[in-house]
Write a protein that binds this ligand. Structure first.
Ligand code: RIB
Length: 308
């Protein structure tokens, strides 16, 4: 029987600025369009898992500003438990400014806002919500002390832990050894290990180093180059699906949410990676974070007509 998924993470309002190209320091350029959508890695990952059929809980914090109020209502409407969607009385909702080029590449600046006040203390409310949870998911856009406590609580409950180390910060061996699956992108994996990806074989060195740092399983997402999985027993290299890329924002979150969903359903590692790989690819075919997250039916149809 599928287990529950508990996501601990941030919620942001994303302001997407479409720009002709990434510009230089000191240079002003005009955006060709501006779109505001709901985002934030934590919420994106939870919504993906939920849309793909996972029984999902999200612990997050918004502000009590207008954005926060409408975001909270939206998350509740999406079926996430209202008691775990907290609101800070003083600090505004987190916000991200996303620069997006015509090639679909992005650069993100996130301002934590209320996400920065999601504290260890807030996790005390989780008590009975751990019942039935099999997979715990978190990232690094909330205080690291909260991430650490969440991981420890999950381990005490015997739950599988997934960490998306984004944005990358140095992590203690205590944190890393309480992680069952670490899921960085290629940039984050290089920063965490200090190994540069200069030639093809370096990615294997990076995965090996990350594995030696403590996590039991390493999944490095490589964008259009697919992914690399490594654990004690095997290494799997999987190609990316060929799609028309519009915007890569939240592709990693779609991957992460689908990975959590597949693991909660007891799928084999190859099946889970294929499922997550497809979810990530689909998310790149639409603009924005949450508007691009795949639905189960869409993903099933996509996987049936596989084209790489
Ligand atoms: O991973 C994409 C997300 O990162 C965006 O939605 C933005 O809010 C930041 O958290």
């Amino acid at each position: 029987m599928p287990k529950k998924i508990l996501v601990l993470g941030n919620s942001n309002v994303d302001v997407i600025l479409k720009i002709p190209r990434f510009h230089d320091p000191g240079e002003t350029i005009l955006a060709t369009d501006r779109i505001t959508v709901f985002g934030g890695k934590g919420a994106n990952q939870a919504i993906t898992a939920k849309q793909l059929g996972g029984d999902t809980l999200l612990v997050t914090k918004v502000g009590k500003d207008l954005y926060g109020k409408s975001y909270r209502q939206y998350l509740i409407k999406k079926g996430l438990n209202r008691r775990l969607i907290l609101a800070d009385k003083k600090i505004p909702t987190g916000m991200a400014v996303i620069e997006l080029t015509p090639e679909g590449e992005n650069r993100i600046i996130a301002s934590l806002g209320a996400n920065g006040s999601l504290s260890q203390n807030d996790l005390k409310l989780l008590g009975r919500y751990w019942k039935g949870v099999g997979v715990f998911v978190t990232q690094l856009e909330i205080p690291i002390s909260t991430v650490q406590t969440g991981l420890e609580m999950a381990k005490e409950q015997g739950v599988l832990t997934l960490l998306n180390p984004s944005p990358p910060v140095p992590l203690s061996s205590k944190t890393l050894s309480s992680v069952d699956f670490i899921v960085p992108n290629e940039m984050e994996a290089q920063l965490l290990t200090g190994i540069k990806w200069r030639e093809n074989k370096d990615i294997h060195k990076i995965a090996k180093r990350l594995f030696e740092m403590g996590p039991k399983n390493v999944v490095i997402t490589l964008g259009s180059k697919g992914l690399l999985f490594k654990n004690q027993d095997e290494e799997i290299r999987m190609k990316a699906f060929k799609v028309k890329v519009i915007d890569t924002t939240a592709a990693g979150d779609a991957f992460m949410g689908a990975l959590a969903c597949g693991l909660s359903q007891g799928k084999s590692i190859r099946e889970v990676l294929e499922f997550a790989n497809a979810a990530g690819a689909l998310a790149t075919t639409k603009l924005g974070a949450q508007p691009s997250l795949p639905q189960k039916r869409e993903l099933d149809i996509f996987l049936k007509g596989i084209q790489r």
